[in-house]
Design a protein around this ligand. Sequence first.
Ligand code: ADP
Length: 500
Amino acid sequence: MSTLPHRILQVGAEVYPLVKTGGLGDVLGALPSALARLGLDVRLLLPGYPALRKPLTGVRSVCRLGPAFGAASVQVLLGRLPGLEVPVYLIEAPSLYERPGNPYLDGSGEGWADNPQRFGLLGWVAAYLALGDIDPAWRPQLVHGHDWHAGLASAFLALHPSTRCRSVFTVHNLAFHGLFPQALMPTLQLPESSFVSDGLEFHGEGSMIKAGLHYADAITTVSPSYAREIQTPAFGCGLEGVITQRRAQLHGILNGVDYAVWNSATDPRLETHFDARHPERKAAAKAALQRQLGLRVDPGAMLIGVVSRLTPQKGIDLLLEVLPALLNDNVQLALLGSGDADLEAACRALAVVAPGQIVARFDYDETLAHRIIAGVDVIAVPSRFEPCGLTQLYGLRYGSLPLVHRVGGLADTVVDADDKALAADTATGFVFDALTTTALEQAAQRALALYRQPDRWRQMMRRAMTQDFSWGGAAVAYADLYCRVLAAEPERWRPAASAA
Ligand code: ADP
């Protein structure tokens, strides 16, 4: 009897373009559709934030539940969201999800106090969809949860006595754990027996990410290097023990890029377009960006861009330390970020010192993000750790050469412009090894030296712009993994893969 991994439920907390705080939203906006294009029957389960509930069309109520997880009532809806090629289940629980702003944080930047209930319910609905209790018309064979928000789905499934559904859990960022007090175990419908170190307990608290790591049938990270790194104390965030124990079930699958959204030749958020055949047309995007931001319009200035959450993870503090030394070399900086107040203050202070040369915008602005990534010469991602990183991948497609720390997905995706790579025409960016200002500055100086050689720079731009990180390959890797987890035969969808 065939056990084809036909019905796959993707579970997560954000989705591009409607609710996005970072790369997770981009992935959930693209991966389900890429899998569907392979022939898999994929659906997506999300919390019913107003930003998702309003545009949901063709809405059908599939289940009404009584009070649960602190909500007076819960309803599961099925419908369609613009831009997504797969049906979407939304959990309507107004007291949990209908609130303004960031999906995870309150107005003062703290996690919502009831996040355990909000995302516990997400995992619970995922599991009970798989158990057939929520939508008898569609019962997934495999639940694929993303980050801690979906971690409990794997626990509910593994702890249920009669489920045959399997789960895959993807770590997009191990730094966020989804901790909750033991006292919430009954509210979260979790058995006390799971509150042990060989379960979801983590230093006296419950941990949703540990639930995913411990109970999922397979674990993935969003790059191969990150899969190796998180087995070590330096990157394991205290979870390296459980991860090492599960090493045989751990896989690194590099994220893809949605080139329908991030493509310098067609990007509707740009006024001018360019591609590898006409990299010189990028100059117009650079001049437009300089004008828009109030930078000196100077084609000769090497313009560095940053589009990032402002957190210590991203290493922006290192870049700010190095910049003053580069200013005499006609370097500019365009930064778009939001987050840490201290980092914002440091950016502001530098912008005051070098008006027309350094501009920082503290906002979350999708259009400006595209224009910066298109208009700069160099996109800087000097992260301390980076599970995959998407901005460097976007930079490559826009001929904005990445300046990155050799870590995680950055190490897996950028080829350093050392002598050998330059001679072989394989270089796509500037990679530094030691996490020091000296190493970062040396890499920036190497970029500057090449920037002063326009022919060689253009050659590297072409090489960067022709890299292919489309979702097709990643989707096949996930589909292969689903097959292995279900011990199923992958051949049926393989022919469609080449067409994707
Ligand atoms: P992370 O998920 O850790 O934030 P990634 O590089 O994987 O980092 O993904 C970041 C995504 O968020 C990219 O799509 C990037 O363009 C976007 N982004 C980050 N900061 C901003 C911002 N301030 N405004 C608009 N988009 C942003």
